[in-house]
Design a protein around this ligand. Structure first.
Ligand SMILES: Nc1nc2c(ncn2[C@@H]2O[C@H](COP(=O)(O)OP(=O)(O)OP(=O)(O)O)[C@@H](O)[C@H]2O)c(=O)[nH]1
Ligand SMILES: [Mg+2]
Length: 329
């Protein structure tokens, strides 16, 4: 060791030794190098430290890339009228469902843990645009915070289980993992207004019920979990069994209504409903159509439930699924 190193060298060396992550280590090492006087006696020391620095810099670069990729994997923009996320143990058929119902192309494999990143797809069911998200298996002890956020920002969770592979422990593990990240089903007393707990509607989607021979197994499971207030639906993604019913359930549990707009003296456009929350009123509909409507709205006429055809109503009239509304400004 050369004898003529300044005291700053030893301070910088201590910081370098204490640094933990690669970026911190690389910064400390650069500082250390800058404290060494340049002369023949320090040539070897400087060369060794420079070599070390270049190795640490490439490590720091890699860990930066990894974390950037990780963040973008779990960050998915919300699209459509509602976000529905498929959660469950490995190999239950999550990717198969998303592939079957949307244009997304997630990997499907007989071997477990084939999905490592979430994949969103869009579907249109009776005019409601749903963003359906495939996810990595969740039956493990650690859930990345970004994954937890994605779940918490969903309007509905499809808990998927495999009827042909010990469905009860699978179900329990998934529910326990959700509870650990403070996500609980809307129907439980655990939804007690605690702001840290997120209450989300959940449907237990019992997959691989490929035929009548397996229906008895489903009935046993159904009896057990329905007592606790769970909604279960047997499906077979492979056979296309009950998928339409599943989407009907989803719309019901999302508690949304579809309302159609009708310009005066014209027919309603039944192909494009406005999707509103249950118990929405004419005022909510006007905002959804165009915010300017609300300011100038004088009255409205409604065709549908609990009104005579074309009945004149006020802004606070509650709308129902399938209603047609004509706004008057
Ligand atoms: N018999 C049967 N097999 C199915 C059904 N749905 C999916 N599979 C099969 O189950 C296996 C797993 O399907 P995936 O869709 O990859 O399952 P996953 O839940 O996404 O699995 P991971 O991403 O690994 O967690 C594949 O071999 C599928 O073909 C079904 O309804 N019936
Ligand atoms: Mg998968």
């Amino acid at each position: 060791m050369p004898t003529n190193l300044p005291p700053e060298y030893f301070d910088a060396e201590r910081r370098y030794k204490e640094a933990i992550d690669p970026q911190e280590k690389s910064d400390a090492l650069e500082e250390l190098l800058s404290t060494i006087p340049k002369h023949k006696g320090t040539d070897k020391l400087r060369a060794d430290l420079r070599k070390k620095l270049s190795k640490i810099k490439s490590q720091a670069q890699q860990s930066k890339k990894k974390s950037a990729k990780f963040e973008s994997n779990f960050h998915i923009e919300k699209e459509g009228d509602a976000r529905v996320i498929v959660i469950g143990a490995a190999n239950v058929g999550k990717s198969s469902l998303v592939k079957k119902l949307t244009h997304a192309e997630p990997d499907i494999s007989e071997s477990p843990f084939s999905t490592w990143a979430p994949t969103p797809g869009m579907l249109d069911h009776r005019g409601v645009h749903i963003q359906l998200i495939d996810t990595p298996a969740i039956d493990r002890d650690y859930v990345e915070p970004e994954f937890a956020d994605l779940i918490k920002n969903s309007d509905l969770i499809l808990i998927m289980i495999d009827l042909q592979a010990f469905p009860i422990p699978q179900f329990q593990k998934t529910v326990d993992t959700l509870e650990k990240i403070r996500v609980v089903p809307r129907h439980t007393p655990k939804c007690d207004g605690d702001t840290k707990t997120k209450c989300i509607p959940m449907i237990v989607t019992v997959n691989k019920d490929d035929g009548e021979a397996l229906d008895d197994d489903f009935d046993v499971l159904n009896e057990l979990l329905r007592e606790e207030g769970w909604t279960l639906l047997p499906v077979s993604v492979k056979e296309g069994r009950n998928l339409e019913e599943l989407l009907n359930f989803v719309i019901k549990e999302l508690r949304v209504i579809r309302v159609f707009s009708k310009p005066p003296h014209e027919e309603a456009d039944k192909s494009k409903p406005f999707v509103l929350k249950e118990n929405a009123c004419v005022e909510d509909f006007a905002i959804a159509v165009h915010k300017d409507f609300l300011e100038n709205l004088k009255s409205a006429r409604v065709w549908g439930k609990e009104v005579h055809d074309g009945q004149k109503v006020g802004k606070d009239h509650i709308l129902h699924d399938g209603d047609i509304v004509e706004l008057h400004v």
